[in-house]
Structure formats: C-alpha cells, structure tokens
Design a protein around this ligand. Structure first.
Ligand SMILES: Nc1nc2c(ncn2[C@@H]2O[C@H](COP(=O)(O)OP(=O)(O)O)[C@@H](O)[C@H]2O)c(=O)[nH]1
Ligand SMILES: [Mg+2]
Length: 295
C-alpha cells in the first residue's frame, strides 16, 4: 500500500468566452469531452472531466464563458458558472493574450472566493515573450492572484507544469466519484454535444445559437449504436436553412457528427437526425428544463 495520502478536489475552469477553457479541460483530462469551436457560447453546460490517479482524483469543471445574460438560456448558463465556483477547491481563471478586461465584475466575483486562484494566460503561442511578460505584470497588478501561468492549451505548453501545481494544491480527501468514471454526464449528452459542434461549424450567424439538440433514442447493440436525435430551432425559416437544399446541409452535419461519435464510442454508429420548430425555446422555461437547463 502506498504511504502517500489520497488527494481529491474540484477544479473550476472559468473565464470569458473563447479564451480556451474547453481546450484546456480536454488537455488536462486527455480526452475530448468538451466541444471546441471559434464561436462564443459553444459551451452551454457545466461539464465535469475527471482525472484519476492511484492517490488523487481531480474533478475539473468546464463552464460556459461569462457573459451578461440576454435570455433565460444565458441565465441558466451563468448559474452553471456560479455553482461551479461555489464547489471549487481551486479556480482556474482563464484569460488569453488578446483579452482586454474592460468590465471588472468577473474579477470582483473571483476575489470573494477563498480558494487559490490560478490565473492562466492562454494562447501564448500567438504572442512574443515581451507581450506575455506585459500580460503577467498587468494581471499581477490588477488582480494579484495566487499564481499566474502563461500556457498554450492548444499546443500543450505549460499544461504539465500547471497539472503539477494543481496536484500540490489539492486537499487531502477521498475520491468523490468511482475511479473508473471519466465524467458526470451520460453518453447521450456527448451525442448531443457532438451534433451541436457540427452545427456551430456548418451554419452562420444566429443559426447555431437557435439550435438545441435532444437525443430521442440511444440503442446500443452488439455491433452498432443506433441514435435518433432531434434538432430544435426557433423558427420555420431556420428549419429550412438547417435542412438545406435537398437536405444536403443536414446530411453533412450528420456525416461529420457520425465520424466523431464513432471515434468517441469506438463503435459503429447509425445516426438519424430530425429538425423541429420549437418556437422561442431560449426563453421558454418549460422547454429549457426539458433540454437540461434546470439548475
Ligand atoms: N492559438 C491558440 N488557440 C487556442 C488555444 N487554446 C484554444 N484556442 C482556440 O480558441 C478557440 C476557443 O477555444 P475553446 O476551448 O472553445 O474556448 P472556450 O470558449 O473558452 O471554451 C478555438 O478556436 C481554439 O482552437 C491556444 O493555446 N492557442
Ligand atoms: Mg467552451
């Protein structure tokens, strides 16, 4: 038996949209659990990624980017951020080298936390050493966090060192989840997220933000997983766009999603996609609950 005490804790990954929170979580966990696109508001939920070792368990939470809520959907997204912060033993406040913090509300909120805050300056692959040093000085002055780490989540630069610091700061505690668990979310969640990622990549303007995906059927057979999923849009005109001329657009989304699902589940996938109009689902509390935004 090992003599080292067991450590476990919750690490909350928060920050503005698009700074690389999901990329970082995937790098830290070593699995693609969170979808990533160049669009803001890609992440709508709190997604836990669990990293297990013999004598530690780190429960990361990837969260939606912090924004001023405009819809009931946004309010639910921000409540995911709040609970994640409340649970945190360590906070990873992600910024990137482009970020200009003009509003101070995020910083004020974080300064109330009485757990270590590691401020990350991400995307340093796109900056000079001088620019990075300037950002370090800026954040030191502005916020004085527990630690500052310049990293590149995309290129795995500085991620190992960050992980070592997390292990050192982690409290002594038994594991919170079974040691073979990778996430708190069910398989269906990852199915809908993969489809949402392809929607974000294939459509422009407001379309991706008007879509939500519900998995109606997930049937695992010996050789294949059969999946039926429904894409909700807010208006009839959007339905036409999502389906596309002769169904080509939707077919493309389905093909791309299937490839990723086969990789994720390591199994052949049959995917059936439908589009339905659910008027104004982003402001409809009942529909939001059905879509899993009930926190
Ligand atoms: N150049 C560069 N781009 C990055 C890095 N990390 C993330 N990105 C990109 O930034 C965009 C947003 O990433 P994502 O993880 O979805 O950000 P989130 O909204 O904070 O979760 C994507 O296009 C990523 O590929 C990095 O270290 N360097
Ligand atoms: Mg994200």
């Amino acid at each position: 038996m090992s003599e080292t005490p067991h450590k476990a804790g919750f690490v909350s990954i928060v920050g503005k949209p698009n700074v690389g929170k999901s990329t970082l979580m995937n790098a830290l966990v070593g699995e693609k659990l969170s979808i990533i696109t160049s669009k803001a508001q890609t992440t709508r939920h709190r997604i836990m990624g669990i990293l297990n070792g013999d004598d530690f368990q780190i429960v990361y939470s990837d969260t939606p980017g912090i924004i001023k809520p405009q819809y009931a959907l946004h309010e639910s997204m921000m409540s995911f951020v709040r609970t994640s912060l409340e649970d945190a033993d360590i906070i990873l406040f992600v910024t990137d080298i482009y970020e200009k913090h003009d509003e101070d509300d995020v910083i004020k909120r974080l300064q109330h936390a009485n757990v270590p805050i590691l401020l990350l300056i991400n995307k340093i692959d796109q900056a000079t050493e001088e620019e990075v040093n300037e950002k370090v000085a800026y954040w030191q002055e502005k916020m004085n966090p527990t630690e500052i780490h310049p990293i590149s989540a995309l290129h795995n630069f500085g991620v190992e060192q960050l992980f070592a610091r997390l292990l050192a700061l982690l409290p002594e505690h038994p594991a919170f989840y079974p040691k073979d668990e990778l996430t708190d979310k069910p398989e269906r969640f990852f199915v809908s997220e993969i489809i949402r990622e392809k929607i974000l990549l294939n459509y422009k303007k407001e379309i991706p933000y008007s879509c939500e995906v519900v998995v109606e059927e997930f049937k695992e057979e010996e050789e294949i997983i059969r999946i039926r999923a429904e894409i909700s849009v807010e208006r009839k005109s959007q339905k036409g766009i999502v389906i596309g001329h002769k169904g080509e657009a939707l077919k493309k989304v389905g093909m791309q999603a299937r490839v990723d699902m086969e990789e994720f589940f390591q199994k052949k996938i049959f995917l059936d996609l439908y589009v339905r109009v659910n008027e104004n689902w982003r402001t409809d509390q009942k529909l939001l609950r059905r879509f899993g935004y009930s926190e």
